[in-house]
Design a protein around this ligand. Structure first.
Ligand SMILES: C[S@@+](CC[C@H](N)C(=O)[O-])C[C@H]1O[C@@H](n2cnc3c(N)ncnc32)[C@H](O)[C@@H]1O
Length: 318
């Protein structure tokens, strides 16, 4: 594999890292990679739902193809490494098949250990009419062994009451929580206003998102950054076998890790390469980690209940 050098001199501290964006089939490229060389794999595989980059097939043959790739991913993963597998639902004739249920069986067959099943909730999406609208996907975080990297301090979230102190007992008067913030627990909250709900609430990448490209299902760089910070150390290698427009590679480089992305569509690889250049030059638009989600004020027109008779007239026209 030919690596490029990433050198960011925009920040106060200059950073030199390596990265590769390989245009090819995941299974083929992985077969040429060194065993146990990768610290973290973060990916969102194709869901087999007929997106422009995939041919829909039966769930059985889809999963078989994925299992062959997963076998190779486990081979290249370091014994201290992690896999974060981000998936939603496969839908067939209106019936939904939550993909994490199927993937869990495959990873367990390969003796990986599940550390968390993280819910990634987003506020917007398609409105279903025959079932409740889907508003979350999941990330299965597996480790290869019991001895894995986990930097909790790097991803702590501020406590709700940081100044709270013990009011009795031997620790009376001392702070009751960790001053660095609280453990985000197995369900992470990253947005200040949503701490109570304890759910990852990172907006989905849709058309009004600063990171949006032509890719139909990009995930936010912010989402990957949380995995990178918690599950790797500086200079480690991070891999995405279904890289799309390079969100994982960006999250790795942005946080002083080396990155490899494999993507079968040349068009997406070209965009990924452009985005890396933009990051290097300090002009890539990403949503800052933990930025508060915009909520319309009650005075905004979109927040007021429309006149129902108008609504009926408008919907009968659709
Ligand atoms: C869900 S998208 C990933 C998007 C990515 N997370 C991002 O933020 O851009 C899945 C990607 O996998 C690619 N893909 C599908 N099968 C592949 C294969 N066998 N080898 C390499 N890439 C593949 C598709 O072209 C698509 O871009």
């Amino acid at each position: 594999m030919q690596y490029k050098t990433y050198e960011n001199t925009c920040d106060f501290e200059s950073v030199k890292l390596k990265y590769a964006i390989e245009n090819g089939d995941a299974l083929e490229v992985l077969s040429g990679m060194e065993s146990e060389s990768i610290s973290l794999i973060v990916t969102s595989p194709p869901y087999n739902i007929g997106k422009s980059y995939e041919t829909k097939t039966s769930i059985e043959s889809y999963l078989q193809a994925q299992e062959n790739i997963i076998g190779e991913l486990i081979r290249v993963l370091s014994p201290h490494g992690s896999i974060c597998w981000e998936v939603g639902n496969f839908v067939d004739k209106g019936e939904i098949f939550p993909l994490d249920i199927f993937y869990y069986q495959i990873f367990k067959k390969h003796e990986l250990q599940l550390r968390n099943r993280i819910v990634w909730r987003f506020g917007h999406g398609l409105h279903a009419s025959n079932r409740f609208s889907g508003r979350y996907e999941t990330i299965l975080w597996f480790t290869k062994t019991k001895n894995y990297t986990f930097n909790l301090d790097a991803v702590r979230v501020p406590s709700k009451y940081p100044g709270k102190r013990h009011f009795k007992g031997p620790n009376k008067g001392k702070l009751s929580g960790n001053p660095l913030g609280k453990n985000p627990s197995d369900i992470w909250t990253t947005i200040q206003a949503d701490w109570d709900s304890e759910i990852w609430d990172i907006p989905n990448v849709k058309s009004n998102h600063p990171e949006k490209t032509i890719h139909p299902c990009q995930f936010p760089v912010e989402l990957v950054e949380r995995c990178v910070l918690a599950l790797t150390n500086e200079d480690d290698w991070v891999l995405d076998p279904f890289a799309g427009v390079g969100s994982t590679v960006l999250a790795a480089l942005k946080n002083k890790r080396n990155g490899i992305g494999i993507e079968k569509k040349a068009e997406y690889c070209a965009i990924a390469a452009e985005r890396v250049k933009a990051l290097e030059n300090g002009c890539l638009k990403t949503r800052p980690i933990g930025k508060k989600i915009h909520e319309p004020s009650t005075k905004d027109k979109v927040s007021s209940i429309p006149n129902l008779s108008n609504y009926q007239r408008e919907t009968t026209r659709i």
